[in-house]
Design a binder for this molecule. Sequence first.
Ligand code: NAP
Ligand code: MG
Length: 477
Amino acid sequence: MNWEYAPAPESRAIVDLQPSYGLFIDGEFVDPGDGSAFKTVNPATEEVLAEVAAAGPADVDRAVEAARRAQHETWGPMSGAERAKYLFRVARILQERSRELAVLESLDNGKPIRESRDIDVPLSAAYFFYYAGWADKLEYAGFGPSPQPIGVAGQIIPWNFPLLMAAWKLAPALAAGNTSVLKPAETTPLTALVLAEIFQEAGLPPGVVNVVTGAGATGAALVAHPGVAKIAFTGSTDVGKGIQRELAGTGKRLTLELGGKGANIVFEDAPLDQAIEGIVNGIYFNQGHVCCAGSRLLVQESIAELVVEKLKARLQTLRLGDPLDKNTDIGAINSPVQLEKITELAAAGVAEGAERWTSPCALPEHGFWFPPTIFTDVSPSHRIAREEIFGPVLSVLTFRTPEEAVMKANNTPYGLSAGIWTEKGSRILWMAQQLRAGVVWANTFNRFDPTSPFGGYRESGFGREGGRHGLEAYLDV
Ligand code: NAP
Ligand code: MG
């Protein structure tokens, strides 16, 4: 029996939405040079939330210049202990304003409030706390006796974890004495702008962080700017490859966090109910808009039927709908473009002969929605087994031996994440050594911690964010 839940919506009154937002340059909110703007919508309702300034090349230039000045005059020369005080202050204000940020993130992105409240916002604060602790200990980080900042970092982030990706990028860059020009994604600019307010509130010197909102062209202008010493990009593999081509030979440093097609591998001895929760968390968390999602389930043949049956039963209890409702498990798809991509790939799954099952949940009338979906009878050559769907769609494949599981898991151009479910410790260690993925989880999935490095290889990119390793990208060592 499924429980009927009474609506439990979080109030949006705590968010002070402004009708329009400017660019954050040199410590002030300013109008863009040519006055252009775009709208950001709530993907759960299609309601326009605000108009946001679109930065052109001249605005990006102003932002880079402000960041360069701040790096030379205030932030770079400042002692690590002083920089740490600012970062600790930012972390504390993030905690103080956590409810507001969670509601705003859910409004702008469509993710359930349960996730923005319990994951995105607290983790964002945790990354600032963590890197604040490193700011006065850089010479002990293992990168030589006197590591130096590299200058202005151009940081480009996607829409799936808007505030958290900003924190992942900014906290290590600032701790190491760099300054930043941050380019949020077009569909989710609002929490980065509140973060800019928080920097003002924390008294961060002007120019240390600049936020240039806009679409892909704004990001491209930032990549091309000669005053930027390093580009940190999180986004799609295609755009990442283009950036890498463009930066070749320029001497600018680059880290890329790109897509993935993670394997979640379940052995017959796994604690099944726990594994079911892990599979659900692996691919239906954040509507599957997760680069390290466990989008390919590899399940041992002997238990495949049972696992799929349990999974379907579990998915029918997930509640899809209003992201601001505290009972909601599955929120809205971030944009019509993303919905179209998911729909197209799911149709390809059917056309190529896989068996589709979709949770029978009612979809709201307005907004962008896709119900939790499972494909069985998937073969490794199917597009749904190879391409990143970035939506709540799971492809199930089977295996008989650990060797076959490893071979199938590694049969991808990506290399970001993998999960292993088994009671056998020696198998976990053996598998973790064989799997070509930057992160391997054992009997859990999608766990993040500021002390732990995260990143991929092959087409998932290079460089690490988080942990001591995450400092390296921002230090001249
Ligand atoms: P995307 O189109 O590559 O966009 C990422 C960011 O780059 C956005 O801010 C985007 O601006 C900007 N951008 C677009 N074209 C650009 C260009 N030519 N030059 C510079 N910047 C440009 O990716 P997305 O669709 O937003 O994000 C989904 C992808 O990100 C997925 O493939 C996912 O796997 C990956 N991702 C990876 C990680 C990781 O850590 N590995 C984490 C999260 C997401 P607009 O949004 O305004 O177009
Ligand atoms: Mg939006």
